[in-house]
Design a protein around this ligand. Sequence first.
Ligand SMILES: *[C@@H]1O[C@H](CO)[C@@H](O)[C@H](O)[C@H]1NC(C)=O
Ligand SMILES: *[C@@H]1O[C@H](CO)[C@@H](O)[C@H](O)[C@H]1NC(C)=O
Ligand SMILES: *[C@@H]1O[C@H](CO)[C@@H](O)[C@H](O)[C@H]1NC(C)=O
Ligand SMILES: *[C@@H]1O[C@H](CO)[C@@H](O)[C@H](O)[C@H]1NC(C)=O
Ligand SMILES: *[C@@H]1O[C@H](CO)[C@@H](O)[C@H](O)[C@H]1NC(C)=O
Ligand SMILES: *[C@@H]1O[C@H](CO)[C@@H](O)[C@H](O)[C@H]1NC(C)=O
Ligand SMILES: *[C@@H]1O[C@H](CO)[C@@H](O)[C@H](O)[C@H]1NC(C)=O
Ligand SMILES: *[C@@H]1O[C@H](CO)[C@@H](O)[C@H](O)[C@H]1NC(C)=O
Ligand SMILES: *[C@@H]1O[C@H](CO)[C@@H](O)[C@H](O)[C@H]1NC(C)=O
Ligand SMILES: *[C@@H]1O[C@H](CO)[C@@H](O)[C@H](O)[C@H]1NC(C)=O
Length: 609
Amino acid sequence: MKLHSAWLAFVTLPFLRVFAVPAPSHHDCAHVVKERVEPPRNWVPLGPAPADHILELRIGLPQPNFHLLEEALYQVSDPYHDRYGVHYSKEAVEEMVAPHPTSVTAVEEWLETYGIGESDLTRSSAGDWVKIRVPIALAEEMLHTTYSIWAHTLDGDLVVRTTSYSLPQYLHPHIELIQPTTMFARLKGMKSTLHWPDHDEEVTYFSQAKAVPTLTQALGSIQVDPSCTQTITLSCLRQLYNATGYNSSATNGNVLGITGYLEQYLNIQDLQQFYALYRPDAVNSTFAYVSINGGQNSQNISEAGPEADLDSQYAWGLTYPTGGIFYSTGGSPPINLSAHTPTNTNEPYAEWIDYVLNQTNPPQTISTSYGDDEQTVPQSYAVRVCNDLAQLGARGVSLLFSSGDFGVGDGNPNPANQTCLTNDGRNLTRFIPDFPASCPFVTTVGGTIGVPETAVFFSGGGFSNYFPRPSYQDSAVTGYLSKLPPGLYEGLYNPNGRAYPDVSALAYNFSIVNQGKLGKIGGTSASGPTFAAIVSLLNDARLSSGLPVLGFLNPLLYTKGIAGLTDITMGHNPGCGTQGFNATTGWDPVTGLGTPNFGMLKDIILSTT
Ligand SMILES: *[C@@H]1O[C@H](CO)[C@@H](O)[C@H](O)[C@H]1NC(C)=O
Ligand SMILES: *[C@@H]1O[C@H](CO)[C@@H](O)[C@H](O)[C@H]1NC(C)=O
Ligand SMILES: *[C@@H]1O[C@H](CO)[C@@H](O)[C@H](O)[C@H]1NC(C)=O
Ligand SMILES: *[C@@H]1O[C@H](CO)[C@@H](O)[C@H](O)[C@H]1NC(C)=O
Ligand SMILES: *[C@@H]1O[C@H](CO)[C@@H](O)[C@H](O)[C@H]1NC(C)=O
Ligand SMILES: *[C@@H]1O[C@H](CO)[C@@H](O)[C@H](O)[C@H]1NC(C)=O
Ligand SMILES: *[C@@H]1O[C@H](CO)[C@@H](O)[C@H](O)[C@H]1NC(C)=O
Ligand SMILES: *[C@@H]1O[C@H](CO)[C@@H](O)[C@H](O)[C@H]1NC(C)=O
Ligand SMILES: *[C@@H]1O[C@H](CO)[C@@H](O)[C@H](O)[C@H]1NC(C)=O
Ligand SMILES: *[C@@H]1O[C@H](CO)[C@@H](O)[C@H](O)[C@H]1NC(C)=O
C-alpha cells in the first residue's frame, strides 16, 4: 500500500482540533526530511542493505510534559527543597512522560496504512516508544530512505544504517525520532574504558607532571597500607575513602546494579576467587543475573569478560552483603545479514532502559562502564536516552557512568592517532566528549592514579556539545572557566555545555581475577563502580536510618556534598595533541569535585532530611 493514497483517510477531526493545523491538502502528504547526518568518520557504505533483512525500528513519540518531569526531578534531588527524597512511583513518572493521545493515534494510523496493527507492535511501559519489526524494503518506503550496509574501517563491524530519513509532514509533531536510521554509535565498553596499565606510559606521564605530594601531605589522618602505592585492592579503597569498618545491611532491601553489554560475561568462579583473596566473608554469596534482549550468561572461563569481572568484583566487594543485580544485555555488532530475524541490532542500551523502567523496584544504585563519542550519537537520540535516564532519577535511582578513557580526545586508543575531527562534515578539530557521560541527569565518574591521588592521564573530561550546562554546576564550572588562561583552547570545546566528570575515584592498577588469573587493570571502568559502591553504602545508611534513598546525586554533590569530597588538584588529561585540562582547586574537567570521603559524606547525608 502506498502512503500517499492512504493517509488522507485517517486524519480525523480531533487531530485537527488539538493541533489546529490547516485541513490536509495534497501538499501536506509530502515527506519532509526528519533527520540528516553526515556520513560518519570511519564508516564506509559497502552497498545496499538486503531488502528482506528485518529491522527493529524504535519510534520515539514526543513527551509533551517532559518539563514537568524535569522540574519534579530537580525538586526531589535538591537537598534544600521541601520535597527532597520524595521520589515518584513508576506510574507517576510514566504519566509525566506519556505521549499525547493524538500522537499515539497518528502513529497507529500511519502504521496501519502499511498493514502494521496493534499485535505487530510493542510499546514501552509509558507508551512513549513504539517498536516494530519490518523488512528493510518496507522501512525504506515508510521513511523515504535507502539503507546501506556500512563497515567500520578500523574493526570491520557491519551495521545497516542510512544518513537521512523522512516522514510525512503531518507526522513530524507526533514522532520525535526513529532508530536505527542515522545512529552509528556503538557504546563501547571494554575497548574504550578498560585500560590495562602500561608502565611506560605511566613513567612518561609522571616525568612530565608536577611533583606528586607525599603520602602524609595529602592524606592527613587517613592511614593507607604502603602496598596501595603499587596495587589497589578493596582494603586500599576502604582506607583511602574512609569507609573502613562500615557494615552494610543484608536485609534493608538495598541493591547495587551493574550493567553488562557486548558479551561481557561476569564469571562467578572469578568473583569467588576474588572474594576468597580480598573479601573472605563474601565467599559463596550470590547475586541476581538478569538477561535482557537475549543477553547470555556464559560461565565458560575463557569467555569471562574483564569489564564485567572488574565491575562486579569492586562494586560488590566493597558493598557486601548488599544485594547485587547483573544485567546481561544482548545485541551488539556485527549484524548477521543472513539472519532474517533481527539480532536486535546495535542499541542494546535502549533495550536495557526499556527493561529497567518497567521494573517496579529498580536497584537504588546502578553503575555503567560503557559509552561512546557523543558525536556518533545523533543529538535527538542522545537527548531522548538522557531524558529516559532522568525518569530513573525521579524514581530515586542513582546512576553512575564512567567518564571515558581518552582524556579530552576521541575514542582512538592510540593517542597518536587521535584526529579529534568533527563528524558534521566540516572536519573541525575539537575535543570529543563522551555520551552518556555528558548527560546532565547522571553522575559521571573520572579517574585518579596513585596513593596519594592525582588525576589519571586518561581521565575522560570536558564539555558536551549537545546538552547545555545544568544550573546545579553553574558556580563550579564558571569558577573553573574563569581560571583558564584566556583564549586557551578557544573553539575546541563548548564552554556553555554540560561539563563532566562530576566526581572521580581511583582508576589504575586494580587487582582483579579474570579467567582464573590475578592481574592488574585500570580505566574509568574501575572508578565508576568504585564510586557507585560508595553511593550504595550511603544509600544503605539512609535506608537503615529510615530515610529515602539519594536518587539523582548531582544537586546534592555540588552543594552539601563538596565537604565530603577530596579535591584532586594535580594532573591533567591530554588528548587531541594537547595537554588537556588541568586538575585544579575546586571542580575541574578531569576529576570533577574530587574523590569520596565516605565517612564525611555519610554524616552529610544522614543530616539531610
Ligand atoms: C512490563 O512488565 C510486565 C510485567 O512483568 C510485562 O507484562 C510487560 O510486558 C512489560 N512491558 C514491557 C514494555 O516490557
Ligand atoms: C602500577 O603497577 C606497576 C607494576 O606493578 C608498578 O610498577 C607501578 O608503580 C604501579 N603504579 C601505581 C600508580 O600504582
Ligand atoms: C562490623 O562488623 C565487624 C565484624 O562483625 C565488627 O567487628 C565491627 O565492629 C562492625 N563495625 C561496626 C561499625 O559496627
Ligand atoms: C562455599 O561453598 C562450597 C561449595 O558448596 C563449600 O565447599 C565451601 O566450604 C563454602 N565456603 C564457605 C566459606 O562457606
Ligand atoms: C569456551 O570458550 C572458548 C572461547 O570462546 C571456546 O573456544 C571453547 O570451545 C569454549 N568451551 C566450551 C566447553 O564451550
Ligand atoms: C547468521 O544467521 C544464519 C541464519 O539464521 C545462521 O545460520 C548463522 O549461524 C548466523 N551467523 C552468526 C555468526 O550468528
Ligand atoms: C595508529 O597508529 C599506529 C601506530 O602508530 C599505526 O600503526 C596505525 O596504522 C594507526 N592507525 C590509523 C588508523 O591511523
Ligand atoms: C572530511 O574528511 C573526510 C575523511 O577524512 C573527507 O572524505 C572529506 O572530504 C573531508 N571534508 C572536508 C569538508 O574537508
Ligand atoms: C595547566 O597548567 C600548566 C602548568 O601550570 C599551564 O602551562 C597550562 O596553561 C595549564 N592548562 C590549562 C588548560 O589550564
Ligand atoms: C572519616 O569519617 C568520619 C565520620 O564518619 C569523620 O569523623 C572523620 O573525620 C573522617 N576521617 C577523615 C580522615 O576524613
